[in-house]
Design a protein around this ligand. Structure first.
Ligand code: IPM
Ligand code: MG
Length: 372
């Protein structure tokens, strides 16, 4: 039986609650003989800061490098509002992304038919929605230097963030988007602001060249990032794969997420480059929803984005695509049967807690794997 090394980083807020459901599922997969899942759990974010004064320790980064996949819950919360900027919980996540070279962030927005009514857009606009945002994750204004606040001679302060992209960074993220489009509806929309930003001019040029030289069979369109935000709420189903930079991707993926009815539904994958010799790549999987401190500790959080993140890990890191399909199918079955956590329940309807939702998915998964 193949051994898979998973590192679980539950983090803060609802992170530990939703990450708890992962243990149930990988426990079952091991007992069912799918593989031997070795899971280690460690601290990240505010929890790590409280324990060792850093939002992620060197030892944890080393563990992450050695694992086949990192499953990350969420970080942050008002408790850490006062900690020094470089040690805030989010810095732990940013360090993991940077140190592991996780440049490709895949954020699918899939609207389950059973949930189309929960979107803030009318059903006909979102039913059947299936788009994928490919966000560049280790460059741009998140990491560009200088990044500082300086005091001028006048006593006034000046803040600087720097947007930087190189040809190579754009080429590799564009290639990920085109490759994925070929497995879907074969269309890429590239979003930038070439009308005001030099980095947008280069982005447009490089994406066009990668398309011409390597992926002429894929349909490519260019869209200004602000227009893309507007189009996402006007007619989201026009999109298949959207490729964009780190900051625009942060914003557009929140829009994409909300189209589906709940932030609590959406998983994501952050992937590094495959090793040229082994083909192995660093990877971190996390729900898009964040730590939701307002509902933390109540056992009401929706674990489906975390479970969906495990499905992406099975598919992209562990070579278990059919098990990933079964797990996603199980989620769909559970939703079709009417089981709802609070965030996706219609007003006045009964809602289950985090653990019950995880159990319901596990039951359907067992049924599906027994049939297979
Ligand atoms: C995200 C989050 C992060 C980001 C934060 C927590 C640093 O908003 O993953 O979208 O801005 O990238
Ligand atoms: Mg974000």
């Amino acid at each position: 039986m193949t051994t898979f090394k998973l590192l679980l980083l539950p983090g803060d807020g609802i992170g530990p609650e939703v990450a708890g459901e992962i243990g149930k599922i990988v426990g079952f997969l091991t007992s069912a003989g799918v593989g031997s899942f070795e899971t280690e759990t460690d601290l990240v974010g505010g929890a790590a800061y409280d324990a060792h004064g850093r939002p992620v320790s060197d030892a944890t980064v080393a563990l992450a490098r050695e694992s086949d996949a990192v499953l990350f819950g969420a970080v942050g919360g008002p408790k850490w509002d006062g900690v020094p900027y470089q040690h805030r919980p989010e810095a732990g996540l940013l360090r993991l992304r940077k140190d592991l070279g996780l440049f490709a962030n895949l954020r699918p927005a899939l609207c389950y038919p059973a949930l189309a009514g929960a979107s803030s857009l009318r059903r006909e606009f979102v039913e059947g929605l299936d788009l994928l945002i490919v966000r560049e994750l280790t460059g741009g204004v998140y990491f560009g230097e200088p990044k500082e606040i300086v005091t001028l001679e006048s006593g006034e302060k000046r803040a600087v963030d720097t947007q930087i992209y190189t040809t190579g960074e754009i080429e590799r993220i564009a290639a990920v988007a085109f490759d994925l489009a070929r497995t879907r509806r074969n269309k890429v929309s590239s979003a930038e602001k070439r009308n005001v930003m030099k980095s947008g001019v280069l982005w447009h040029e490089v994406v066009s060249r990668v398309h011409r030289e390597r992926f002429p069979d894929v349909e490519l369109e260019h869209v200004l990032a602000d227009n893309c935000a507007m189009q996402l709420v006007r007619q989201p189903k026009q999109y298949d794969v959207i490729v964009t930079d780190n900051l625009f991707g942060d914003i557009l993926s929140d829009v994409g997420a909300m189209l589906t009815g709940s932030l609590g539904m959406l998983p994501s994958a952050s992937l590094g480059a495959p090793d040229p010799e082994t083909g192995r790549r660093s990877a971190l999987y996390e729900p898009v929803h964040g730590s939701a401190p307002d509902i933390a500790g109540q056992g009401v959080a929706n674990p489906l984005a975390m479970i969906g993140s495990l499905a992406m890990a099975l598919r992209y890191s562990l070579g278990l695509g059919s098990v990933a399909d079964a797990l996603e199918g199980a989620v769909s079955d559970v939703l079709a049967s009417g089981v709802r956590t609070r965030d996706i329940a219609p007003p006045g309807a009964n809602a289950v807690g985090t653990g019950e939702m995880g159990d319901a998915v596990l039951r359907e998964l067992k049924t599906r794997l027994a049939r297979a």
